[in-house]
Design a protein. Structure first.
Length: 851
C-alpha cells in the first residue's frame, strides 16, 4: 500500500469502523485494487487486523471470493451506478467457507473513482440460520452447533469413524435460476432437502446457503445411498449441465475434536474437486485436495503482487532449425519464482488463472517483458531471433489481443516479424466463427500465427482446413511414446503440412533418435530438452556460447522456410544443399541419397560435407563450377563424374537465394551398373582411349612406402630389379631418365609431402615439365601430373607421365612466340624449362577419373 492509500485509510477509518458491516473501496480504473478497508470486513475474513486482511487478499477485489463467483464490478453495475447487488461465496483466512451479500455504489473518493462496497456475512443478515428454514432442515448456525456436539460424543465413545461429514452442492445453480426462475429454484432446493432426508431419516442435515447442504451421515453404505440421492436429484433437474455433487470427509482414529471442526470444509473441498468432472458425482477428501486448494488460493491472492515485484519471470526455450542447427528462435514461457513457495510451475498457476479469467493479464505481462528484451538487444547491437508467445482463449473473450499487441510493438518500436503467436486448437474450437478472421488479421498486420499442440485434442485436420496457419507445432505427446505408430503419424503430419504450405515445428524432443528422425522426414524446426530447457534470459548467453549456437539471420530464415517445402521423403535420392559462392554444404539427405553416396565409399552427409570443405578434395573445384552454372541457369543441371571407380551422375537445381547464398535441390545416381544407361560404358571406352596418350602411370602407396608401376614405356623401368621403395624409385628414375640439369627440380616436385602441401593450397593436381631420356639417348620434354588419391587413408599419389604437346607440333616455331606473348613473355629465348603447362586433356581425366 502506498503513502496516499495509508493517508486515506486514516481519514476514513474512524467513520467506517462504526458501521456494522464490512466496508471496502475498490478502484474503478480496471485494476480493482482495494485502497480502503474497515475492521469489520477484516473480521469477516477472520483476519485480526486490516493490514492482515489486505495482505490476505493482496488488496484486490478478485481475491475476496471463490473464482466461480467473480465478475468485474463494472459488469455487475450494468450501466447503473447505484445499488450494485453483490453476492459471493468466500473462504476465510482460517480456511472456513462462508457466503457474503451486500451492495456497491460508484463514488468519487480521495482515491479517485471507486466502488464503495458494504458487505455482510449470511450469518449477520439472516435469522433463518438460527432455525429450520423453508427446506425443513437446520440452518447453518444450529447445524454446526449440533454437529460439533455429536462429534464430541463420538470422540469420547471412540465411535469417530461411524459418521462422516458430507457436503452437497449443485453445479451452475445460478444458471438453473436464470433458466427456470426463482420459484422453481426454491422448489429445487426443497427437493434436495427432501431427498437427503428420505434416504437418511433422522440424520443431522443443514442448509447453508442457496444450493449448499451439509450433513453428518452414518458411514454404513454411505456411498451407495449418496449415489441414489444424486441420481434422484439429477433426474428431477433433468439438465446435464446442472448436476448434484457430493464431497465426503472420512474421519480416522487420529482425528480430534479440533480437527473435526474443519471436516465440513474438507468435505466441501472434495465436492468442489469434481465440479468439472461429468463422470463423477461423489468424491472423498484426501490431503492432496487440500494442498491443491491451498495452492489455488495462494496463486489468486498473490498473482498481482507476483507481477508487480517480478516474481513471475519470462523463461526462454530455444528453437533450432533442423537443416542448419542454428538458433531459429525462442518460445517465451512464464515461470513463478515465489519467495515463499519457491518455484510455482505453470501446470499449477496457469489453470488457476485460466479458470479465474486472469490469464489475459499474464499474457500481457509476458508480452511486455519480451518486447523490453528485444528492444534492449536492438539498442545494444545484439542479434535477435523471433520469439513465440502463447495466447489463451480468454484473451479473445475479454479484449482484442491484436490491439494490445500493436500498442506494445509501437511503444517499444520492434519489428513485427520477431513476434510469433501460438494459439491452441481449444481456442479455435471455442471461437470458430470469429477466429478465422482473427488469424487473418494477425497475419495481415505482419505477425505469424502458429497452431500449438497440434494433434492433442479436437479436430486437428478440420483446424488445418479452416485456418491458414504459418506453423503447426506437433504435440509433445507423440514423443512420449515414440514407437512405429507415432513415427508414421508424425511423418504424415509433416508431409500433409508441406503439401498445404504450412511449416512444422516439433516440441518436446528429448533424444538424439527423435532428432535424427525429424531431420530425416524434413520437419523444419525442433524444440525440446535435447537442445535446451526453458531458462532465464540471463542464462541464455552462456547457453548459446556453450552450445556454440549461431543465430539464424532473417535472410537464412526466409531461405530455410522455402527449403522446407521440398519433399525429401521419397524413393528418389534427394538432398538439399546451400552454396555461398565457395562452400557447398549438404543440409539434408534421404535414405536413397545416402545409399548412392555409400556406393562410392562416402558414408553419408557428414563425410560428404567434410570432403567438400577440404581444399585438397579433387572434386571441389569442379563442383564449385557446377554450382555456379546451376545458379546462372536457374534450371536443372546435370554432371557425370567418376568417384572411387563408380560412375556417378548428379543433378542440381536452384530453389531460392542470391549469388552470395542460395539453396538448391540435388539428386544423385550411381550409373555404373545401370544397364539402361549406356553412358557408363561410353565413359569406360573413352578412358581406355585416353590411356594411349600417356607414357606411364605410377602409384605411390605412402602407407607401404612403395611404388607400383601401373604402366610405363621406359625399358629401364620394365626390368625386374627396379626398386619399389619410394625414395629408391625416385633416385633410380632421376639418375636413369631425368636430364641432369632438371634433377634438382624433379626431386623437389616429386617429394610426396610437397605434392600434398601444394594440392591443399591450390585444390588442383600438381604438374611440372622435365626433360626425359629417349631410348636413343636423346631427351624430350614430358609433363608429369601428380594427383592425390583423396579417399585413400594414407593419401596415395598417382603420378602420370605424358609427352608435352610441343614435342609433336610441327609448326611450333610459329606458335611458340604467340604462346609466349599470351603470357606477357617477349622473345622466343625467354622460354625456360620451368614453364608449366596445364593439360586440358589431363584436367578432364582428373575430374572424371581421379581414382
Amino acid at each position: 500500500m502506498n503513502q496516499d492509500d495509508m493517508n486515506g485509510q486514516e481519514q476514513y477509518k474512524e467513520d467506517f469502523d462504526l458501521i456494522e458491516g464490512g466496508v471496502c473501496f475498490v478502484l474503478a480504473d480496471g485494476s480493482e485494487r482495494i485502497v480502503f478497508a474497515n475492521k469489520k470486513i477484516a473480521a469477516l475474513y477472520e483476519c485480526d487486523t486490516v493490514e492482515m486482511f489486505m495482505q490476505f487478499c493482496s488488496a484486490n477485489y478478485r481475491n475476496l471470493m471463490e473464482e466461480e463467483d467473480y465478475k468485474p464490478l463494472s459488469a455487475l453495475g450494468n450501466g447503473h451506478l447505484n445499488h450494485i447487488p453483490i453476492s459471493f461465496d468466500y473462504q476465510t483466512k482460517n480456511g472456513h467457507f462462508r457466503k457474503a451479500q451486500g451492495i456497491g455504489t460508484l463514488k468519487d473518493t480521495r482515491f479517485g473513482k471507486a466502488y464503495v462496497l458494504l458487505l455482510f456475512s449470511v450469518e449477520q443478515i439472516s435469522s433463518d440460520m438460527q432455525i429450520k428454514d423453508q427446506t425443513g432442515v437446520l440452518g447453518m448456525h444450529d447445524f454446526l452447533k449440533l454437529a460439533l456436539k455429536q462429534a464430541e460424543k463420538r470422540v469420547a465413545r471412540y465411535e469417530i469413524r461411524s459418521f462422516c461429514p458430507v457436503s452437497f452442492d449443485l453445479t451452475s445453480f445460478k444458471e438453473y435460476n436464470r433458466l427456470y426462475g426463482m420459484h422453481q429454484g426454491n422448489m429445487c432446493i426443497k427437493k434436495i432437502a427432501t431427498t437427503i432426508t428420505t434416504h437418511f431419516p433422522g440424520a443431522l442435515i443443514g442448509h447453508l446457503t442457496a444450493d449448499r447442504f451439509v450433513a453428518l451421515l452414518p458411514s454404513k453404505d454411505l456411498e451407495v445411498k449418496l449415489e441414489h440421492v444424486c441420481n434422484e436429484v439429477n433426474h428431477y433437474i433433468n439438465d446435464d449441465g446442472i448436476r448434484m455433487k457430493v464431497g465426503i470427509y472420512k474421519p480416522t482414529e487420529k482425528d480430534t475434536l479440533d480437527s473435526l471442526r474443519h471436516a465440513f470444509d474438507a468435505a466441501k473441498i472434495a465436492c468442489d474437486s469434481i465440479k468439472e468432472d461429468g463422470n463423477r458425482s461423489i468424491a472423498i477428501y484426501c490431503t492432496s485436495m487440500g494442498e491443491t486448494i491451498a495452492d489455488k488460493s495462494y496463486v489468486l491472492r498473490h498473482f498481482t503482487q507476483a507481477m508487480e515485484k517480478h516474481y513471475i519471470k519470462v523463461y526462454y526455450q530455444p528453437v533450432i532449425r533442423t537443416l542448419t542447427g542454428k538458433l531459429s528462435g525462442f518460445e517465451a514461457l512464464a515461470r513463478w519464482e515465489d519467495p515463499v513457495k519457491g518455484m510455482i510451475y505453470p501446470d499449477v498457476f496457469i489453470p488457476v488463472l485460466e479458470d479465474a479469467q486472469l490469464i489475459n493479464r499474464l499474457d500481457c505481462y509476458v508480452l511486455e517483458q519480451v518486447c523490453q528484451m528485444l528492444r534492449d538487444r536492438i539498442d545494444n547491437g545484439l542479434p535477435i531471433v523471433p520469439v513465440s508467445l502463447n495466447l489463451s482463449a480468454y484473451d479473445f473473450d475479454v479484449s482484442n489481443p491484436l490491439d494490445t499487441i500493436e500498442k506494445m510493438v509501437k511503444r517499444y518500436n520492434i519489428p513485427r516479424t520477431v513476434l510469433h503467436f501460438e494459439i491452441t486448437e481449444r481456442v479455435m474450437f471455442s471461437n470458430h466463427m470469429s477466429m478465422a478472421n482473427t488469424v487473418h488479421a494477425f497475419q495481415q498486420a505482419g505477425y505469424e500465427v502458429w497452431m500449438d499442440d497440434f494433434g492433442s485434442e479436437y479436430s486437428s485436420l478440420n483446424s488445418l482446413h479452416n485456418y491458414h496457419f504459418d506453423v503447426i507445432k506437433i504435440d509433445m505427446g507423440f514423443f512420449s511414446h515414440f514407437d512405429d505408430r507415432s513415427r508414421q503419424i508424425i511423418t504424415s503430419v509433416v508431409t500433409m503440412a508441406r503439401m498445404l504450405g504450412v511449416k512444422t515445428l516439433a516440441e518436446g524432443v528429448e533424444t538424439k533418435e527423435q532428432v535424427s528422425f525429424l531431420k530425416k522426414i524434413g520437419c523444419g524446426r525442433i524444440q525440446g530438452y535435447y537442445y535446451g530447457k526453458p531458462m532465464r534470459y540471463v542464462d541464455t548467453f552462456s547457453f548459446i556460447h556453450g552450445k556454440n549456437f549461431r543465430f539464424e539471420t532473417p535472410e537464412e530464415a526466409h531461405l530455410m522456410n522455402i527449403a522446407e517445402r521440398v519433399n525429401v521423403v521419397s524413393d528418389s535420392p534427394t538432398a538439399l544443399f546451400s552454396f555461398d559462392g565457395s562452400n557447398i554444404t549438404l543440409l539434408i539427405e534421404n535414405d536413397a541419397y545416402k545409399r548412392e553416396l555409400r556406393s562410392t565409399g562416402t558414408q553419408g552427409m557428414a563425410e560428404a560435407n567434410k570432403n567438400l570443405g577440404d581444399s585438397g578434395y579433387p572434386f571441389r573445384g569442379r563442383f564449385q563450377r557446377f554450382m555456379i552454372k546451376s545458379f546462372q541457369s536457374k534450371a536443372q543441371e546435370t554432371m557425370t563424374y567418376v568417384d572411387n571407380g563408380q560412375y556417378m551422375r548428379v543433378s542440381a537445381k536452384w530453389i531460392a537465394g542470391d549469388e552470395s547464398y542460395w539453396i538448391g535441390e540435388a539428386h544423385i545416381y550411381n550409373i555404373s551398373n545401370n544397364e539402361e544407361i549406356n553412358q557408363a560404358k561410353t565413359l569406360d571406352n573413352t578412358l581406355r582411349d585416353i590411356f594411349q596418350f600417356y607414357e606411364g602411370f605410377y602409384m605411390f602407396e605412402r602407407g607401404k612406402k612403395e611404388v607400383t608401376i601401373l604402366q610405363s614405356s621406359h625399358p629401364e623401368l620394365n626390368q625386374k630389379k627396379i626398386p619399389h621403395k619410394i625414395n629408391d624409385f625416385i633416385a633410380f628414375f632421376a639418375d636413369n631418365l631425368v636430364y641432369p640439369d632438371d634433377r634438382e627440380r624433379f626431386f623437389t616436385f616429386i617429394h610426396p609431402e610437397n605434392i600434398e602441401r601444394k594440392a591443399k593450397m591450390t585444390g588442383v593436381s600438381q604438374s611440372e615439365l622435365f626433360r626425359i631420356k629417349n631410348v636413343d639417348g636423346t631427351y624430350r620434354w614430358e609433363v608429369f601430373e601428380a594427383l592425390i588419391i583423396y579417399k585413400s587413408t594414407t593419401k596415395n599419389i598417382l603420378l602420370c607421365e605424358r609427352e608435352d604437346i610441343w614435342e609433336r607440333k610441327s609448326d611450333r616455331d610459329v606458335l611458340l612466340p604467340v604462346f609466349c606473348r599470351s603470357f606477357g613473355i617477349s622473345g622466343y629465348n625467354a622460354i625456360q624449362p620451368e614453364t608449366q603447362a596445364e593439360s586440358s586433356l589431363f584436367r578432364t581425366l582428373c575430374e572424371d577419373f581421379p581414382y
